[in-house]
Design a protein around this ligand. Structure first.
Ligand code: NI
Length: 183
């Protein structure tokens, strides 16, 4: 695999605070290429041979805004088995419904735009259903749960200019811990 030439914006970059725009169809060649590059990058970042060689931080999600493009698109690459991956390409996502139950990632969420460790609780819905469009503009729905639900909410926040660190109470990073389930 060849490492795509993409540049991920750092948290200090104000562009990350931009609210992204609805995507129209058909997708441009350039948009399709960026989707492909993001998936390749995330996949390589989760394979030892590549993350060691290129000194990559492992990541499973990337939004277009992190590449400086304010479009409502994100991709998620999930390792479902050893070096076997499943991709989600999500365009124009909208929340339809979500669980009452909240969860949080015990070891803390990570983000390819946040190059430091941040501790604390980011409350997320344990399950949710969203509508979105696929690469051909077809309207779809998907129900996600647990870590994938967290990943989807993390990326949907990016599309609204929100970073996970914004959601942690600085004075009390583990506030309301007992009201949520750790995953
Ligand atoms: Ni992120």
């Amino acid at each position: 695999m060849k490492l795509p030439d993409i540049k991920i914006l750092d948290e200090k970059n104000k562009i990350l605070r931009t609210k992204s725009n609805e995507v129209t169809f058909p997708l441009t060649k350039e948009t399709r290429k960026t989707i492909e590059d993001a998936i390749t990058y995330l996949t390589m970042s989760q394979i030892k041979k590549y993350y060691e060689k290129y000194n990559l931080r492992p990541g499973m999600g990337l939004s277009f805004i992190q590449l400086g493009i304010p479009k409502n698109i994100f991709v998620i690459v999930e390792e479902v088995d050893e070096e076997k991956f499943e991709n989600y390409i999500i365009i124009n996502p909208k929340m339809i419904s979500h669980s009452e139950e909240l969860i949080y990632v015990g070891e803390g969420e990570g983000c390819l735009s946040v190059n430091r460790e941040v501790i604390g609780i980011v409350p997320r819905y344990a399950r949710m259903t969203i509508s979105y469009q696929d690469m051909d503009g077809n309207k779809k729905e998907i129900r996600v749960r647990e870590d994938i639900s967290v990943a989807f909410q993390h990326e949907m926040d990016h599309l609204n200019g929100i970073l996970f660190i914004d959601k942690i109470d600085k004075n009390n990073p583990f506030k309301d811990k007992e009201k949520m389930r750790e995953i």
